[in-house]
Design a protein. Sequence first.
Lengths: 118, 114
Amino acid sequence: GAGVSQSPSNKVTEKGKDVELRCDPISGHTALYWYRQSLGQGLEFLIYFQGNSAPDKSGLPSDRFSAERTGGSVSTLTIQRTQQEDSAVYLCASSLGASGGPSTDTQYFGPGTRLTVL
Amino acid sequence: GDSVTQMEGPVTLSEEAFLTINCTYTATGYPSLFWYVQYPGEGLQLLLKATKADDKGSNKGFEATYRKETTSFHLEKGSVQVSDSAVYFCALSGERNYGQNFVFGPGTRLSVLP
């Protein structure tokens, strides 16, 4: 079956430009996560969507970062006025968002979008 | 808050050597525990998981046992192969019922030499 897909796979942009990164989660998954992975580093949580609930934006590093999820499916991460320190791989993951508490949920990751800000 | 600590890498082993990557966690209640693997140039993928104390997750020759008494979930493999070279992430999923509750460790890079 189809996994999590992300587009574009690579994005090179100039400092100060806006970029949009797209994530298509696995069909039927109600939970969606965005992470950032800088070179040689671990995963940095950015934002989490669960169904129709208000998203958890606690990981967004600045107000230049925003994300939305339309119709409970596709999500777009937008970075405005990009800076060189935004260069990283942006990973999207989805999970069932199991009822009865998420403690047994498994996240499935997309291949990531490599963003390079010149 | 919840946290995951795993051994710093890189870890370099010869083929057929025994592998242990330590992982310990701090969490309230009874989290689920995971190991994810990221092969060179690829995305993260689930390697194994355990959802309750004393459970053993296993896959591709890797094993990890959920030890609540020591709050650990160490990853082991009896005989590594060159193809196991990757970055391994320990993670937990806590009992919060709102907001994100997935916490990842920093990752351990494993290099297996022929």
